[in-house]
Design a protein. Structure first.
Length: 301
């Protein structure tokens, strides 16, 4: 298609994606309280201040610090509702806008490239969900450890918008950490990284993943840290195995030649054509038989 048609199609795809996000955002606004409770309930169960008299007495005996979730300002509840609804709209409408993005990009890909893209999307989305689930499960323990730094006899007021930002960051960080093996496989499929080199990094990768798990889960319990580091270790070595298999498959395909929808490599090696023939040895051009002009010219040139 010409450039104008591509721009018109891009405009239509973006309009459909934005319309889907707006519709889902409006629908999520009606479930604003349920979404807030879903994210704050684990933290409240872990570090929330007691409400009943028996719980107050028990917490006083244990001398455990607690936090109370608050909202500051008159417009904060409204802006927070818009923020939460928009976040839910972008996440829940992701199948629509991802499909629109794929429909715009797919016609320019080869057959095997489309096959790889399907595999990456089908693998990357569950991996991101798994990382987000781990973040949601680790969040109560993280909040309990952090709240213990509160000085004695000092009230800890936790703004709700700060809590939601913390939850969002943890979900994104954990989700992207689970995408590391997929990124390594993509680099291998593009030829930028070999499986043999990835295998040589295994000591450094194990140490780096362990340090990341220790920082992301500030708990003294080693089981919590291993619960995050273990799956990433397994995914890393699976990525190494897939890359080694792909390297062997690539060598076999290169020996077979290009695919049906790919052009073969051009041989640009110059060939020896011998010495040039002198001008005197070349035959002369025939003389013009008449003086009539041919196509505007008065000779054979």
């Amino acid at each position: 298609m010409p450039l104008a048609e591509h721009l018109r199609e891009l405009r239509n795809r973006l309009a459909k994606a934005l319309l889907a996000i707006v519709l889902v955002t409006v629908g999520a606004a009606f479930f604003y309280n349920e979404i807030i409770n879903f994210f704050t309930e684990p933290v409240l169960k872990s570090v929330g201040c007691a409400k009943s008299f028996e719980e107050i007495a028990a917490s006083a005996r244990d001398e455990q610090p607690c936090a109370q979730i608050t909202i500051n300002g008159l417009l904060t509840p409204f802006t927070l509702a818009l923020k939460v609804s928009l976040m839910a709209g972008v996440v829940l409408a992701s199948p629509v806008w991802l499909y629109q993005l794929w429909s715009f990009v797919a016609p320019g890909l080869h057959r095997h490239e489309r096959k790889y893209a399907y595999a990456f999307v089908a693998t990357g989305f569950p991996l991101f969900l798994a990382g987000g689930y781990f973040a949601y499960r680790v969040l109560p323990t993280t909040a309990k450890v952090l709240i213990e730094f509160t000085p004695y006899a000092v009230d800890n007021l936790l703004p709700l918008d700060d809590l939601l930002d913390l939850v969002t960051r943890m979900v994104i960080v954990f989700g992207l950490s689970f995408e590391l093996p997929l990124l390594l496989i993509m680099l291998n499929f593009t030829g930028a990284l070999t499986g043999k080199r990835m295998l040589g990094w295994w000591r450094g990768m194990v140490m780096g993943i362990t340090l990341f798990a220790a920082l992301a889960t500030p708990s003294t319990d080693p089981l919590t840290m291993m619960a995050l580091a273990g799956p990433i270790w397994i995914l890393y070595f699976l990525a190494v195995g897939v890359s080694l298999f792909n390297d062997r498959r690539r060598r076999r395909l290169e020996a077979m030649g290009p695919a049906d929808d790919e052009a073969s490599d051009l041989d640009l090696t110059p060939e020896d054509i011998g010495e040039a023939e002198p001008v005197s040895a070349r035959p002369a051009l025939p003389e013009q038989a008449s003086t009539d002009r041919v196509n505007g010219y008065d000779d054979v040139t």
